[in-house]
Design a protein around this ligand. Structure first.
Ligand code: HEM
Length: 321
């Protein structure tokens, strides 16, 4: 049901890249635009032509400023709000208002007989124990969360995959030819550049982990970034080698690869994200060969997700044959 929305949005984005393929391409911006379009269209069939630009503008505004932690965010306990926290709350109200406006038309129409998208599924969902559905407010919160959680993560995954592949033309050919190899390249990208570089928990009771005693209320940070590149867990950990995820290879230890987290709060969108990323990467490499312009290294920086320090430019050429 969702794949057809992904395919349509991808076709539009690739046509736009194709039309300007003589110019250097900013694939970070292109993938962010595409992932937001996919989140809007496939999950909620939203009228992205009407609301997409406003959403994109708000997300860019947040990424440029409020998303970045500053000194006071680090020094003060969460119970003491900073001026930036007040700005974040104002921003949150504006974002929720935009989501409400986007959902309004859908809520006025009666639900369809068969679901067309995730919004229809959420609207029809009932608590298995109480039989109660989502309130309007809960539905809005689900939509707001899923758009945010679901698009930037997938966009950076696709960006890093393109950056890694740009340096190895033979691997690009393999990914363009073979869907299994394409999925393995996505998994390998998520290993080297996990968008969620750390997960944070607060202990609710005392515990002992790896010989350390934790008191209740301790902050525990689990770093997929470190686990994914750990020499004790991976052979040649810094090398980009999708073959480690090919069928027949021994699977990594359960907690050595966890780009989607683990346990009760594991990512609800993991299967969707893997399907989406593989479909987009496959279509991108089938249509174009990618190379990086210039040789400035692209370094990862931790800004909510694992972002590049600058958006490098790519040259796209139509793939022959
Ligand atoms: C490559 C893409 C993605 C990555 C790397 C990713 C990563 C993660 C991680 C690591 C968590 C767990 C956070 C924690 O334990 O503290 C998480 C949770 C979550 N993700 Fe994703 N995600 C991706 C795509 C998506 C998509 C497409 C959606 C929407 C459909 C989504 C929705 C969510 C939601 C709602 C949660 C919270 C689940 C809960 O707390 O019960 N994610 N994601």
């Amino acid at each position: 049901m969702l794949a057809r929305h992904v395919a349509a949005a991808t076709r539009d984005a690739l046509d736009a890249l194709d039309a300007r393929r003589d110019e250097p391409a900013d694939l970070l911006a292109a993938m962010q635009g595409l992932a937001l379009d996919i989140a809007g269209r496939s999950m909620f069939s939203m009228e992205m032509r009407r609301f997409g630009p406003a959403m994109r503008a708000m997300l860019a505004e947040y990424a440029a400023d409020l998303s970045r932690p500053k000194l006071f965010d680090m020094l003060l306990p969460p119970s003491v709000p900073t001026l930036r926290d007040f700005a974040r709350r104002r921003f949150s109200r504006r974002w929720m208002a935009l989501i409400e406006a986007t959902m309004a038309d859908r809520l006025r129409a009666p639900p369809p007989d068969a679901p067309n998208d995730l919004f229809d599924l959420l609207r029809a969902a009932r608590d298995p124990e109480t039989g109660v559905g989502f309130s309007a407010e809960q539905l809005r919160d689900q939509v707001a969360t899923m758009i945010l959680a679901g698009h930037e993560t997938t966009a950076v995954t696709l960006f890093w995959a393109a950056t890694l592949l740009a340096r190895v033309p033979a691997e690009q050919d393999a990914v363009a030819r073979d869907e299994t190899r394409c999925k393995a390249a996505i998994q390998e990208t998520l290993r080297l550049f996990p968008p969620a570089f750390t997960l944070v928990r607060e202990t609710i009771g005392a515990d002992t982990v790896g010989g350390l005693t934790l008191r209740p209320g301790s902050v525990v940070m689990i770093a997929p970034w470190v686990l994914h590149r750990h020499r004790a867990l991976w052979r040649d950990p810094d090398a980009f080698d999708p073959s480690r995820f090919m069928p027949g290879e021994p699977p990594p230890p359960r907690f050595a690869w966890m780009p989607f987290g683990a346990g009760p709060r594991v990512c609800v969108g993991a299967q969707f994200a893997l399907m989406e990323a593989a479909m987009v990467l496959s279509a991108l490499t089938e249509r174009f060969t990618l190379s990086l312009l210039g040789d400035r290294p692209v370094l990862p920086v931790a800004v909510v997700t694992t972002q590049p320090d600058h958006p490098p430019l790519f040259q796209l050429r139509r793939r022959v044959g």
